[in-house]
Design a protein around this ligand. Sequence first.
Ligand SMILES: Nc1ncnc2c1ncn2[C@@H]1O[C@H](COP(=O)(O)OP(=O)(O)OP(=O)(O)O)[C@@H](O)[C@H]1O
Length: 251
Amino acid sequence: MAVIIEIERLQLYYGAFHALKNVNLSIPENNITAFIGPSGCGKSTLLRTLNRMNDTIQGVRIEGDVTIQGRNIYASDTEVEFLRKRVGMVFQQPNPFPKSIYDNVAYGPRLHGVTKKADLDALVEQSLRSASLWHEVKDVLKKSAWSLSGGQQQRLCIARALAVEPEILLMDESTSALDPISTTKIEELTRELRQKYTIVMVTHNMHQAARISDRTVFFLNGEVVEASETETLFRAPVDQRTEDYISGRFG
Ligand SMILES: Nc1ncnc2c1ncn2[C@@H]1O[C@H](COP(=O)(O)OP(=O)(O)OP(=O)(O)O)[C@@H](O)[C@H]1O
């Protein structure tokens, strides 16, 4: 399977605090990769290095390489705006803009220069369809995004991320604020999306990783302890620390 993201010798410091320690990881294309591990082990930090969201945090220092399709995203000539178009992100709390449903989805394409109404209409419909939301909102596109339920808002945020046609979608605990039915919908949607996108997700919920991911990476104290096929990691972990974590002995 083709590797789309290669992380090599990655170190990340928040000031004096060493948050990621020599991370080496290959992430395959059109797969769901889940990051699991106890609170504070560096899962979200690593996720944020993949679209340079840590750049906005003061005092962060990064060493090592992250390459996406062979290009080092920390090279000085990387256009961060373009990188974030290719690597979209969905957060823990649904965060639609205080705009209409339509304008939320059209926001990114407009920013990237799409102005024709017919083109925007097509992109909005296609993105909402991909996020399994079209049928619920097609007659109320002018309504405020804030009028939607939490689960619908999160699918709208997924549609908004997809509207700029990314290759990679980062999901940071994207279901943890949702009820079980909305969670199931997003899990099913994530499985569908992987046919077209590479998905990297952080989850607190081991069962969720086991249910939907293809590969799982277990972190502890800023280090990768074990990374393998999800089925293997949960059935026959190699490292004792992985075994202790997945069997609920800590975390
Ligand atoms: N902006 C920041 N400044 C300083 N330290 C930070 C910052 N963000 C995270 N950290 C620290 O880095 C470590 C890793 O945090 P991170 O949020 O990546 O962990 P996590 O595994 O995603 O945790 P959780 O599951 O609780 O979200 C933690 O010790 C955290 O306190």
